[in-house]
Write a protein that binds this ligand. Structure first.
Ligand code: PBG
Length: 338
C-alpha cells in the first residue's frame, strides 16, 4: 500500500479506473498466462481414457494418451506436467515396494512424454501412497508412520524418476528431512540439474478426496497393517501458519529449488506469507476437491463455469504464486487464447 496520502472523495473516485475494459486492463495488477500452469494429470496401465467420477472432465490417461497430452501442453504453452499414477490392487503392498520400479507405469509415462515433447517439463510425485495397500505415504510399524525408513524408499523412488527423465521431483510425503536426502542422492548420482519442488506446506485436508479415487488409493484405516485413518501425524494441521513457515524454511535449507503450498484456494494466506518471507518461486496446488467443488456448482448452474474457473486461477497469481498446479490447465490455457 502506498504511503502517499489519499485524496478524499470527490477528488478520489476509485470507479474512474474501472469505467471501461481498456483502463481496467491498463491498471491490472496481476495476469494469468499459460506459462503459469502446471497440468496435473493421472495415468493408468490400460488403454484409452477412464473418466474420474468426482472430477467431470478429468480422465485417467493411457501412457500413449499422456504422450499426446504432452504435445498438447507444448502447443498450448503449458510449461510442465505433474504426472500421478493410478496403480491397481496387484501393484500395492504394505511397503509400497513397486514405487521405485524402473519398468513401472511412472517410468514409462515419463519416457513417453519426454520423447513426445522434450520441451515440456515433467514433474513426479515422490510419495509412496499410490503403491501402498494402506494408502499412506510412509511405511507403517504398529500404527506409526516411520520417518527415516520411508526416506530411504523415497530416495530410491526419486532416483528412478530422475533416471527415467523426470525434470522436477516433487516430494509430497511430508517426512522430515526428505528434501535433503533427495538432493544429496541426486548430486551423488550425477543428476545435479534435476529440480526439487517440495510440497513444503502440505495440510491434512479433506480436499484430496477425489484424488484418492483418481489414483485408486488404498483406503486409510484398512489394509494389511495397523493403519491410522488419517494423515495428521505427517501432514500439517490446517489451523497453523507459523509452522508452515518453518516447514518451508527447512525444505529450502535442505536444497528445494521451489516450494509449494497445498491445497490452494483455502490456503492463499499461507502462499502470501511464504512469498513475503522467502522470495522463493512459490506454487500452489489447486487440488482435486477444489476442482470437484467448482465443477459441481457449475454443473448445477449455481456458478458460471468459465468465469469461476478463471477467477479461481487468477487468485493464485494475485496471492503471489509463480504458478499453479491444476487439473484445469489445458482448458484454462485455451480460454487464455493459447
Ligand atoms: C500424495 C498426494 C496427494 C495429492 C498429491 N499427492 C494426496 C494425499 O496426500 O493424500 C493430492 C492431489 C489432489 O487432491 O489433487 N502424497
Amino acid at each position: 500500500m502506498s504511503k502517499a496520502p489519499l485524496a478524499a472523495y470527490p477528488a478520489l473516485r476509485l470507479r474512474r479506473l474501472r469505467q471501461a475494459d481498456w483502463v481496467r486492463r491498463l491498471v491490472r495488477e496481476s495476469v494469468l498466462t499459460p506459462a503459469d500452469l502446471i497440468w496435473s494429470m493421472v495415468v493408468h496401465e490400460g488403454e484409452g481414457q477412464v473418466p474420474v467420477a468426482a472430477m467431470p472432465g478429468v480422465s485417467r490417461l493411457s501412457v500413449k494418451d499422456a504422450a499426446a497430452a504432452a504435445k498438447e501442453a507444448r502447443a498450448l504453452g503449458i510449461p510442465a506436467i505433474a504426472v500421478f499414477p493410478h496403480i491397481d490392487g496387484a501393484g500395492k503392498d504394505a511397503a509400497g515396494s513397486k514405487a521405485a520400479d524402473p519398468d513401472g507405469l511412472i517410468a514409462r509415462a515419463v519416457k513417453a512424454m519426454k520423447d513426445a515433447a522434450p520441451e515440456v517439463g515433467i514433474m513426479c510425485d515422490v510419495a509412496l501412497d499410490p503403491f501402498t495397500d494402506h494408502g499412506h505415504d510412509g511405511l507403517i510399524e504398529k500404527g506409526r508412520i516411520l520417518n527415516d525408513p520411508t526416506i530411504e524408499a523415497l530416495v530410491a523412488q526419486g532416483l528412478m524418476q530422475a533416471e527415467a527423465g523426470c525434470d522436477i521431483l516433487a516430494p509430497s510425503d511430508m517426512m522430515d528431512g526428505r528434501c535433503g536426502a533427495l538432493r544429496r542422492a541426486l548430486e551423488t548420482a550425477g543428476h545435479q540439474d534435476v529440480m526439487i519442488m517440495s510440497y513444503a506446506a502440505k495440510y491434512a485436508s479433506a480436499f484430496y478426496g477425489p484424488y484418492r479415487e483418481a489414483i485408486g488409493s488404498g483406503k486409510l484405516g484398512t489394509g494389511s497393517v495397523d493403519n491410522p485413518g488419517d494423515k495428521k501425524t505427517y501432514q500439517m494441521d490446517s489451523a497453523n501458519t507459523e509452522e508452515a513457515l518453518r516447514e518451508v524454511a527447512l525444505d529450502i535449507a535442505e536444497g528445494a529449488d521451489m516450494v509449494m503450498v497445498k491445497p490452494g484456494m483455502p490456503y492463499l494466506d499461507i502462499v502470501r506469507r511464504v512469498v513475503d518471507a522467502f522470495s522463493m518461486p512459490t506454487f500452489a496446488f489447486q487440488v482435486s476437491g477444489e476442482y470437484a467443488m467448482l465443477m459441481a456448482a457449475a454443473q448445477n448452474g449455481w456458478i458460471e463455469e468459465e468465469r469461476a474457473i478463471m477467477e479461481s486461477l487468477g487468485a493464485f497469481k494475485r496471492a503471489g504464486c509463480a504458478g499453479v498446479i491444476t487439473y484445469f490447465a489445458p482448458r484454462a490455457a485455451r480460454s487464455l487464447g493459447a
